[in-house]
Design a protein around this ligand. Structure first.
Ligand SMILES: [Zn+2]
Length: 166
């Protein structure tokens, strides 16, 4: 049984290792992560959020419901055009046990490369909400949280809610 790691847990700050072998364990972890993600109404979950410091993640297109399981994902290009979108994270919860949301500015579209669960390589250009999700989730693999992009005062507002939960 995987356990959700919450803000303050140092595992969320680790730089994750590439996946060399797509083992049955990893596939099983990804299935369980998809389940956890949908149970908590999330649209993405990265391995370190469930205590695994390896480079894989799951995400869902909120419009179509399509699920992506990405191994060793890598953003290979980013648009110059930036957009503001509200983000939350299943690892950054407030006093009501629900994600705390904040506006984050990021590139509007990205090109991402990843390996599928069957070992095949994939490349896709993503924009809008999908670009947003994949940037947020790949950041987790490098120990970066969305709150790192916030201005200090805004970040402090978010952290105050996070601390109130404890
Ligand atoms: Zn997150």
């Amino acid at each position: 049984m995987l356990q959700m790691k919450l803000c303050g847990d140092l595992i969320l700050r680790e730089h994750c290792d590439p996946v060399d072998d797509i083992t049955p364990d990893i596939l099983q972890n990804m299935d369980e992560m998809v389940k956890m993600m949908s149970e908590q109404n999330g649209v993405g979950l990265a391995a370190p959020q469930v205590g695994i410091t390896k480079r894989f993640l799951v995400m869902m297109n909120p419009d179509s419901g399509e699920v992506f399981k990405m191994i060793n994902p890598r953003i290979i290009s980013r648009s110059d055009n930036m957009v503001v979108i509200e983000e939350g994270c299943l690892s950054v919860l407030g006093p009501d046990d629900l994600p705390v949301y904040a506006n984050v500015t990021r590139p509007d579209s990205v090109v991402v490369e990843w390996t599928n669960t069957d070992g095949k390589q994939n490349t896709a250009e993503m924009s809008g909400i999908m670009a947003r999700i994949v940037q947020h989730e790949t950041d987790h693999l490098d120990g970066i949280l969305f709150i790192d992009y916030l201005a200090p005062a805004k970040r402090e507002m978010v952290m105050r809610k996070v601390r109130r939960r404890k």
